[in-house]
Design a protein around this ligand. Sequence first.
Ligand code: FES
Ligand code: FES
Length: 165
Amino acid sequence: MNFSISLTVNGARRDIELDDPRVTLLDLLRERLQLTGTKKGCDRGQCGACTVLVNGQRINSCLALAISHDGADVMTIEGVARGDQLHPVQAAFIAHDGMQCGFCTPGQIMSAIGLIEEGQAGDDPERVREGMSGNLCRCGAYAGITDAVLEATKNLAQSDQRRSA
Ligand code: FES
Ligand code: FES
């Protein structure tokens, strides 16, 4: 039995036929839509490599059934830059060496964008570490990641202020 679902992925509507209701959002993104920036680390909700935003909330896409997100708005790492212009969180990760091998980085960046949008990051490194604790980095790039999230939070707040002035 086939199921059809519609998602908006990085701003574009995608109509997808599923032949198995157990397909995860992660597998749909990687294997059906060829959006392989979202990584499969553990495939069991323990590493955060598969983090994407669904309706603005960060989730582990390996734990989400695609069929249960029919109609959702999904943003992946492929959708965060504006052409050649990096998202402020991406730029901050580069500026602060928030990566080594880069495997965890898409998930870290999506999680950081979600955390900042939640308004939970602030300027407290401890709160940033807590808010990012679902995203593991085998390379141990945590110091750079925390610094990047702090700087991106500050930069995004300043550009919000400039827009509203
Ligand atoms: S691959 Fe989803 S949490 Fe590890
Ligand atoms: S940069 Fe290698 S796992 Fe995080």
